[in-house]
Design a binder for this molecule. Structure first.
Ligand SMILES: [Zn+2]
Ligand SMILES: [Zn+2]
Length: 349
């Protein structure tokens, strides 16, 4: 088969690779599309501790089941169109027993520990089979559209905590695909006002034109706190989401929060620079809630399927580029420089 083999920082090569063989407890899928995630970009440039080269990365995967191991009974059938779930837990810890595989201490993910989707064929490993780590796609969703399910599921996991309601003012730091997914989902929940900020303002403006009713702020030329207070009649934002790896966004979120605001630190900070200082009295007196969000689980994937098939979001707004596997490095660089919003690799020729 053809596969994009990650060989170390800034080295990825599309080449002939051995076909994966389906074990008795595994499932073999033919990958149709795999979208490029921000973490794939980071892995490409800097490596990743769970990705040991030579490796096949990519976890925003859609395709078709082509072979089922002989011990796997009654779960899927050949020809089923699926999106696999990325996080695979150990299966026996307290968190896994609750279905919180994304938070298992020993989580092993597809496209990191296990081979991922930038290859024509991929194994769903035994641990994933035990967790039924996939969603079956209805025919109302194309496989291309389904490449948004994984990132959307992560956004859904975060917004589960935020309880966005009609009338809410929502501020989103970060104008990448995740920021826009947060915006569209918040609109679907009835948010009255969506305010997006990004110092890469040209890119923010360009992609915001694909969506409607977004208020944009350039934090490099405007006083963000004053502007948001003004927009919200002095009260501040009800929901704040930091969809970027920026300390400043996390710190500032407390200054723009309305009483009872819900804050999501969606994006992590660089691990050697992740300490911030906050005035905890703001949390106390304003009754603020601060939530984390990391990856997602099957139930979030299922909600993403439902949202896409009910047309609450339009995937074509997000997918700005579809490229062949041989151009994967160009695609990664497009995501990095912000010239594409969601760049999807069409794996099969
Ligand atoms: Zn992703
Ligand atoms: Zn576990």
């Amino acid at each position: 088969m053809k596969a994009a083999i990650f060989q170390g920082p800034e080295k990825i090569q599309v080449m002939e690779w051995k076909n994966p063989v389906c074990g008795d407890d595994e499932i073999l899928m033919k990958v149709e599309y795999c979208a490029i995630c921000g973490t794939d970009v980071r892995t490409f440039f800097h490596g990743h501790k769970k990705v040991i080269p030579p490796a096949i990365i990519g976890h925003e995967i859609t395709g078709e089941v082509v072979e089922i191991g002989k011990n796997v009974k009654g779960l899927l059938k050949e020809g089923d169109r699926i999106t696999p779930v990325t996080s695979i837990g150990c299966g026996h810890c307290r968190l896994c027993k609750k279905g919180l595989y994304n938070l298992c201490h020993d989580t092993k993910a597809l496209g990191y520990f296990y081979s991922g989707g930038f290859a024509e064929y991929m194994i769903i490993p035994e641990a994933a089979v035990k967790q039924k780590a996939w969603v079956v796609l209805p025919y109302s969703i194309s496989l291309l559209e389904a490449s948004l399910i994984e990132p959307l599921s992560c956004v859904i996991n975060a917004q589960n905590y935020l309880q966005i309601q009609p009338g809410d003012a929502v501020v989103i730091y970060g104008g990448g695909p995740i920021g826009f997914m947060h915006a569209v989902l918040a609109q679907a929940s009835g948010a009255e006002r969506i305010i997006m900020l990004d110092p890469a303002y040209g890119r923010l403006e360009k992609f915001a034109s694909l969506f409607s009713n977004l208020t944009l702020i350039n934090p490099l030329v405007e006083n963000t706190v004053e502007r948001i207070k003004k927009i919200t009649d002095g009260s501040g934002a009800d929901v704040i989401i930091t969809a970027c790896p920026a300390k400043q966004a996390q710190i500032e979120s407390f200054s723009i929060a309305a009483p009872r605001a819900r804050i999501s630190f969606f994006g992590g900070l660089p691990k050697d620079d992740s300490v911030i200082s906050i005035d905890s009295n703001l949390i106390h007196y304003y009754e603020l809630s601060v939530f984390g969000a990391f990856a997602s689980n099957r139930s979030d994937y299922q909600k993403a399927v439902d949202i896409i098939s009910s047309k609450k979001i339009d995937p074509s707004r997000f997918i700005t580029e579809v490229i062949p596997l041989k151009d994967i490095e160009r695609g990664i660089r497009m995501v990095k420089d912000g010239s594409g919003l969601k760049v999807v690799v069409k794996v099969q020729e």
